[in-house]
Design a binder for this molecule. Structure first.
Ligand code: URA
Length: 478
């Protein structure tokens, strides 16, 4: 072990990536390092007396480094980072080293042991994540804080942080908790809160309920399970022990059906089922007219998909199409679009360089006589339509997203905000994009007081200027 130094880091994949970037730039070879995630397992520095490498101090003097890995590889590496095998960090550094300094086409060598280990871990975590999304069953608990949905799940890998964003998105309008043996997470409609795990193997048998649920609330916990046939066919045997004894199964199936139904009723339906297999912008736009996740598309003249540069650094999200957009099939064409165009010009942003879309893709309205009157979409409708917006975000991958109004903010941030709390702020959403929330142009149109109107207009322009600069866009209108 002589000469091997310990790389100590925290914050999972993000922390590993920061350390790896510095160490790669300094050309520190994989065999000289041992990776140690703080708080996980025993520190080899303590066990073997290895020297710790002070990589944060080296960061300031890092030589230039061009990383030879694709975004796809990084996504796969992130999945690997949730594998239970502690060797994963070493494996990831070995691979990124070889990709950078030895063979950029290494991943094509499927017979390579390290490539094989990487692919098998990635596949394992993805399959495990799929099971978590499919098998987590919530039970409704009535508490003083209102209804809370609770589930207990035992994944093969400690991947709760990997799948939590899925549940946050899917069930953003209800409070829920997921308990696993490794850790637990609670969504309170605003943010995710992390807590300890519940002891492994502690099944939801009667005498352990109090203790299990006691992790969070003074109540009981007993996960509901449904679709026993499908579950037995598809669910690995290791999950079965989390089920109550046989004599309780009938009763539980009955209860769980009701509870899962209640959960499904309370959660918005999702447009996800209507997404095409290939989620590029052209396929998405082609598939939109077929969406029947809610009634809005069928009632409107047409669904209105986003438009603009397919790789824009800046994406603008509005509320929903208006009367003119409903007729033309393009976003921001009517009076609100005109206000937006003026603000874009003031901020020196060319419409063709950005991507424009809406939180809800169809014009919600009511009929009064011969007129169609705009109606604001409900949070439930925003939740239902969100799958389209998410796919657009995934396809375009902007640096910055500007939410025009609070409906857009709800869709992008997954929670309601007040403009006065978020105005002029740059919000970071995970690793992905920066978010700015500002006025909706239609709101500016409706303001009667001239001073207030001017102020809101200026604030919209300021937000767009800030977005342009954050996105690293050069001025292209003079
Ligand atoms: N308002 C919006 O939010 N979007 C449009 O496309 C038009 C008006």
């Amino acid at each position: 072990m002589k000469g091997v130094r310990t790389v100590s880091f925290e914050n999972g994949f993000k922390g590993w990536r920061n350390a790896a970037r510095v160490l790669l730039a300094h050309k520190i070879e994989p065999s000289d390092l041992e990776w140690q995630e703080r708080g996980k397992g025993h520190s080899s520095a303590l066990l073997w007396g290895n020297e710790e490498i002070d990589w944060p101090a080296m960061a300031g003097s890092s030589p230039q480094l061009v990383l030879n890995v694709s975004r796809r590889w990084l996504e796969m590496a992130e999945a690997v980072s949730y594998h239970r095998n502690p060797e994963k960090w070493q494996l990831l550094y070995n691979l990124i080293w070889r990709l950078t300094y030895e063979n950029p086409k290494l991943m094509d060598l499927s017979i390579d042991d390290q490539v094989q280990a990487f692919l098998s871990m990635e596949h394992g975590v993805r399959r495990d994540a799929h099971k978590a999304k499919a098998f987590v069953r919530f039970r409704k608990i009535e508490s003083e804080e209102g209804d809370i949905y609770c589930a207990w799940h035992e994944p093969e890998n400690p991947l709760l942080r990997y799948v939590a964003p899925f549940f946050k998105d899917r069930f953003s309008v209800m409070k829920w908790t997921i308990l696993t043996p490794d850790e637990s997470v609670h969504w309170d409609l605003k943010s995710l809160h992390w807590g300890p795990g519940c002891a492994q193997g502690q099944g939801p048998q009667n005498d352990s309920l109090e203790e299990l649920w006691g992790c969070y609330y003074k109540s009981i916990f007993n996960p509901a399970r449904v679709k026993i046939k499908a579950m037995k066919a598809e669910m690995p045997r290791k999950y079965w022990h989390t089920m109550p004894e046989t004599r309780l199964i009938e009763e539980l199936i009955f209860e769980s059906d009701q509870r899962v139904e209640a959960m499904i009723r309370a959660a918005p339906p999702s447009a996800e089922a209507y997404l095409p297999e290939s989620e590029d912008l052209v396929s998405l736009k082609t598939a939109l007219p077929g969406c029947r996740a809610c009634e809005l598309c069928a009632k409107a003249t047409q669904g209105v998909f986003g438009m603009g540069h397919p790789n824009a650094k800046l994406m603008l999200v509005g509320e929903q199409p208006g009367e003119v957009e409903d007729q033309t099939g393009l976003p921001f064409q009517g009076p609100a679009g005109q206000i937006l165009d003026e603000a874009l010009a003031e901020a020196s942003i060319d419409r063709d360089t950005i991507y424009l879309t809406n939180a809800v893709k169809a014009y919600k309205h009511r009929i009064e006589g011969k007129r169609r009157i705009h109606e604001k979409p409900s949070p439930r409708e925003v939740g239902t339509c969100k799958a389209w917006l998410k796919s657009e975000l995934k396809a375009v991958r902007p640096e910055v997203v500007v939410c025009l109004g609070l409906t857009a903010a709800l869709a992008v941030l997954g929670q309601s905000v007040r403009l006065m709390d978020v105005k002029n702020k740059v919000l970071e959403v995970g690793d992905n994009w920066k978010v700015i929330v500002t006025h909706h142009p239609a709101h500016i149109l409706r303001i009667q007081d001239p001073d207030e109107k001017d102020l809101a207009r200026e604030e919209l322009e300021t937000a767009l200027k800030l977005a342009r600069s954050l996105a690293g866009m050069t001025r292209n209108i003079t």
